[in-house]
Design a protein around this ligand. Structure first.
Ligand code: MG
Length: 389
């Protein structure tokens, strides 16, 4: 399989290039234009930003998922790509584009699964920022040949785990300690949790991220999703993955080995570090990212997770233990609950209630396949929309 284009550059497709991960990846690529080129981009609503990215990076293949702005989009292009498509159904063609050496999947939510699935099936290397692909479809994706070889995590915690596990035998993992900042409500009382507003929840203390993941971080659902993600990525029993609150977000995760030794990966909370690593993996490449100053006094603290205050993390773990379609139901209900909270249709504490009720509603399916997941996802969304309305 080729790994670089004719000029020796790695040719990258970015799915979801107008989002937080996509724009940071393009910033890295812009500064490392001798190492990377962009052969494909996709965006959804933000056609203006997508158009300016297309004009700057000159990809061959572009998908605008939301076609309602087709005309304005086309009129603002100074670079005409060989192939422009409209509609989400074209994302899978972009995910399997033959010119691409690496697909960065930074789509949001379960809608990103199909692209991950098709890319891996076509033996493409995938830098995965779309954690829902693994949360919902981990059982299917991990059975594809090349899964371990081709899938590179972008999530900071999983990038940390991957780096700690280099040269190690996965069977020597005793425990994975996944760190969590605890989000903005770590010190809230249960009483205070009931009056949280959208603005409160969108303020993350350490990380700059998109809206969906910022809300997920505040409910700690994000950590639940990441535990499931780690389970599939490293083929580890979910019981061996322990979430720990680490408010400084400097240690991004720890691997404890069977001989009593542990390895941790550290760095400032800056997504550009794990994004860069996913682009250059297994190599490292120089980049002027900020670093920690160890000469200044700094404390690293740890505390246990309060599962009663943050029920979402427990709901996620339990759905993974149940397996089958349960993680799909959990994820779809969460996506709808977060969307509805952002639209101020439900209160903050109704987010876990919607997930719990959805998990109770849907029966386990006998076998799981992509069509079963799509159908479960669709039905759960309808049910989760109908609650508290
Ligand atoms: Mg993370």
């Amino acid at each position: 399989m080729k790994t670089t284009d004719s000029l020796g550059k790695k040719s990258v497709v970015i799915l979801g290039s107008t989002g937080s991960i996509g724009t940071q990846a393009l910033e890295i690529i812009e500064n490392k234009s001798s190492e990377f080129s962009v052969c494909g981009l996709s965006g959804n609503k933000n056609w203006k930003l997508l158009a300016s990215q297309v004009n700057q990076f000159k990809p061959d293949f572009v998908v605008l998922s939301d076609e309602s702005n087709r005309e304005s989009f086309e009129n603002s292009l100074t670079h005409k790509p060989k192939n422009i498509e409209y509609g989400t159904e074209h994302l899978t063609s972009l995910a399997t584009f033959d010119k691409a050496d690496l697909i960065l999947n930074s789509l949001v939510g379960f809608s990103g699964f199909k692209s991950t699935y098709e890319a891996l099936k076509n033996d493409k290397k995938v830098a995965l920022a779309n954690k829902e692909s693994l949360v919902v479809g981990g059982e299917i994706l991990s059975s594809l040949p090349g899964f371990t070889r081709n899938l590179i995590p972008v999530d900071s915690e999983h990038s940390a785990m991957l780096q700690c596990l280099l040269g190690e035998d996965y069977s020597s993992i005793n425990k994975i300690i996944i760190t969590a900042s605890g989000g903005p409500f770590r010190e809230y009382s249960k009483q205070q949790m009931s009056s949280i507003t959208v603005n409160d929840a969108l303020k993350h203390p350490n990380w700059e991220m998109g809206n969906k993941i910022t809300i997920d971080s505040s409910t700690m659902m994000n950590k639940g999703l990441e535990i499931i993600e780690a389970q599939w990525l490293f083929n580890v029993d979910i019981e061996k993955i322990e979430p720990i609150i680490h408010p400084q977000s400097i240690i991004h995760s720890i691997i404890e080995f069977t001989d009593g030794s542990s390895k941790a990966q550290m760095g400032p909370p800056d997504m550009k570090v794990p994004i860069l690593y996913s682009l250059t993996y297994p190599e490292r490449s120089h980049y002027p990212n900020s670093v920690l100053d160890y000469s200044k006094s700094m404390s690293l603290t740890f505390e246990p997770v309060d599962f009663t205050k943050f029920p979402c993390i427990r709901l996620a773990i339990n759905s993974a233990k149940k397996g089958g379609i349960a993680p799909c139901v959990m994820n779809a209900a969460n996506e709808i609950a977060v969307e509805r909270f952002l639209k101020k249709e439900i209160s903050y504490i109704q987010i876990p209630e919607i997930i719990e009720k959805s998990l109770e509603k849907f029966e386990q399916s006998e076998s799981i396949s992509p069509p079963v997941l799509f159908e479960t996802d669709r039905e759960t969304r309808i049910y989760a929309e109908s609650l508290f309305s």
